[in-house]
Design a protein around this ligand. Structure first.
Ligand SMILES: Nc1ncnc2c1ncn2[C@@H]1O[C@H](COP(=O)(O)OP(=O)(O)OP(=O)(O)O)[C@@H](O)[C@H]1O
Ligand SMILES: [Mg+2]
Length: 229
């Protein structure tokens, strides 16, 4: 497996409709570690993920992968190497689970696109990793919310990205499937991929190497050792 990307963001500012949604946010995630973005609903987690994934250009500040600045207009070289599993899934509902996952590989640049048989095998393996082998041929619109969430994660991880974002990847899951997904994300990071999750899930947060806590669009200062206890 290739190594993960180091992720840095500095002084990120993002305004929407006159409101400042992200205010001077900085993030530093070492390669191969998992970071949790935590904070109350509306604190800016999803917005920050879209900026860090270079899907949205901030009004201020910069994002760098391995020290190289990245913007939405210049994310071409990172396609497939940086993936996001969205909070609202973003799956194609009239395709099967397997077809949705295969699409992530079929749309890679030609020099990185596997052969057709390898595409099928990789998609089957990714669905197996999230416990969905039995649902591989079901249309996405026939799946439960939690099953769709796991298809979205399989689709994001099937290209073996160097940087993986996942927005609330365990939010709709029961305890057993939460444990599967937490262990899977941990093993992806242990394999070298850098992972950033937005989450309210204490079990997922506990499995992360660092926690970035947001409140009202700002990073909350870490408590000093004297105040922990
Ligand atoms: N398109 C938009 N226009 C205006 N405001 C927006 C827009 N999208 C999000 N916001 C606002 O930005 C703030 C941050 O939203 P965001 O979705 O990043 O929160 P979140 O921390 O991911 O919340 P949750 O835990 O509920 O997913 C919220 O106050 C939200 O209402
Ligand atoms: Mg969110």
């Amino acid at each position: 497996m290739s190594g993960g990307l180091r992720l840095d963001a500095e002084r990120i500012v993002l305004r929407r409709g006159g409101a400042t949604v992200l205010d001077d946010v900085g993030v530093a995630v070492p390669a191969g570690s998992i970071a949790a973005l935590t904070g109350p609903s509306g604190s800016g987690k999803t917005t920050l993920l879209t900026v860090l994934a270079a899907l949205e250009r901030p009004d201020g500040g910069s994002v760098r992968y391995d020290g190289r600045p990245v913007t939405p207009a210049a994310r071409g070289p990172w396609v497939g190497r940086v993936q996001i599993a969205h909070q609202a899934f973003g799956l194609l509902s009239l395709l099967s689970s397997a077809e949705n996952v295969e699409l992530a590989l079929q749309t890679l640049p030609p020099d990185r696109r596997p052969a057709r048989s390898a595409v099928r095998t990789a998609a089957a393996e990714a669905l197996a990793a999230v416990g969905l082998t039995a649902r591989a041929d079901h249309l996405v619109e026939e799946l439960s919310g939690g099953e769709q969430q796991r298809v979205a994660l399989a689709r994001a991880m099937v290209t073996t990205p160097e940087l993986l974002f996942a927005d609330e990847p365990t939010a709709q899951l029961d305890a057993a499937n939460r444990a599967v997904v937490v262990a899977l994300l941990r093993s992806i990071a242990d394999g070298g991929t850098t992972v950033v999750v937005a989450t309210h899930d204490p079990d997922l947060t506990a499995a992360c190497d660092l926690v970035i806590a947001l409140a009202d669009g700002r990073v909350r200062p870490r408590p000093s050792p004297a105040t922990i206890g």
